[in-house]
Write a protein that binds this ligand. Structure first.
Ligand code: EPU
Length: 362
């Protein structure tokens, strides 16, 4: 039986923002054969195809998407020993946090700091999710993908995925492949990684933190920042960080510190969050820049606003539309650009709506 193609399916309930219009066509696909069938169907009608994951990093335009949205539904997690590692293979639709919980329960180290991230396992490599000192690319061994051009299923080794900070070949070229499953090489019984200062502080006093101890600490930190989905939380309709942390040259980072000191935003240079990168650049904290640009946590702009717990998360409070969200996001971006000369880039994927470019001023 080929997959059922439905018409005019609302996408808002399938996104964490709960915003945006319908998909003109929508199909759930369980197998690679289903995906191939759906791609051919769309090809015959010249329709664009978009693959939906958990909708937790997605902004859908108010007019919706005039093509075919595919939702992969295959779930399952399998474990296989390979040398010193255990390979965990998760099917694309498996909720990511279930994958982390399953690894931690088997005492497999490598993804414990990625606890509490919403979304599906298949979407994790697309933006190379990262948090608290780990990122998907650290342990990802390979992907089983469907090549959208040849319609063949193949194994894609992690080294060919072009991973960077919140980046991969899939983000740069979304039309290339569809991820069917992801395999992670985990270390049985190994010590957890505690590289992020905030996490280390939370675990201070615990002599040898277990993987489950780290998972709990990360969940706790995320909960405090409203970065853990909770139906009771008024900040829940968001996509986590709306902007990526900007990476700048050392000169620009030094200029920011000088400005912050000059304007008495900080007492000492160390108070400006900066993380030196291996390539010589410096990663800055977008949330810090947003707040110091005068955009306060809890700011409201009608039905949307800034999270009361974290300046980098934009929130829909209900009854709004995507145009409201984009207006707010542009206000945040432009406030930071005006104050610090740094242009923040959005992290979510935009479907059926474009991220507006900077206005040229004379
Ligand atoms: N900060 C502020 N004000 C704020 C928020 C943060 O000044 O409102 C400062 C903090 O005090 C800290 C710095 O900014 O000095 C960094 O903040 P935080 O530790 O919360 O991390 P982040 O850089 O804002 C990144 C990821 C998160 C991830 C955390 C923890 C990005 C875009 N975001 O946030 O990922 O959970 O680190 O590792 O890289 C996501 O991508 O959706 C996401 C939530």
């Amino acid at each position: 039986m080929p997959p059922v193609i439905r018409r005019d399916v609302p996408l808002a309930p399938l996104t964490t923002f709960e915003l945006g219009g319908p998909a003109r066509f929508f199909a759930q696909v369980a197998t690679s054969e289903d995906v191939v069938w759906a791609l051919r169907w769309a090809g015959e009608q010249n329709l664009s195809v978009f693959v939906l994951g958990g909708g937790s990093n997605l902004v859908v335009g108010d007019a919706g998407f005039p093509g075919l949205v595919l939702q992969l539904v295959a779930r399952g997690i399998e474990f296989r020993s390979q040398g010193n590692h255990v390979l965990l293979e998760a099917q694309a639709a498996e909720p990511w946090d279930d994958v982390v919980a399953a690894a931690v329960a088997r005492d497999l180290a490598g993804i414990e700091c990625l606890s509490g991230i919403p979304g599906t396992a298949g979407a994790t490599p697309i933006q190379n999710v990262g948090a608290y000192g780990q990122e998907a690319a650290d342990t990802l061994r390979s992907l089983r993908v469907l090549d959208r051009r040849t319609l063949e299923v193949r194994e894609l080794p992690a080294v060919e995925c072009g991973f960077g900070y919140r980046d991969s070949i899939f983000r740069r070229d979304p039309g290339r492949v569809i991820v069917l499953s992801a395999s992670f090489a985990l270390r049985p019984g190994a010590q957890p990684v505690i590289a992020y200062r905030e996490l280390a502080n939370a675990l201070a006093g615990t002599a040898r933190p277990s993987l489950s101890g780290v998972r709990e600490a990360v969940l706790d930190l995320r909960r405090k920042k409203s970065m853990l989905y909770d139906p009771q939380d008024s900040n829940r309709r968001s996509a986590g960080s709306f902007f990526t942390n900007p990476m700048v040259g050392v000169d620009q980072a030094a200029a920011l510190v000088a400005q912050a000191l000059g304007e008495h935003l900080v007492q000492s240079a160390e108070e400006v969050p900066q993380y030196p990168l291996p390539d010589g650049r410096v990663k800055l904290a977008a949330g810090w820049l947003v707040e110091r640009a005068g955009v306060k946590r809890g700011l409201r702009m009608g039905p949307v606003g800034v999270s009361s717990q974290h300046a980098l998360a934009l929130v829909h409070h209900g009854g709004g539309c995507t145009a409201d969200l984009i207006r707010l996001a542009v206000h945040v971006r432009d406030s930071v650009a005006l104050r610090f000369g740094i242009t923040l880039q959005p992290e979510p994927v935009f479907l059926g709506v474009a991220w507006p470019g900077l206005q040229q001023t004379d």
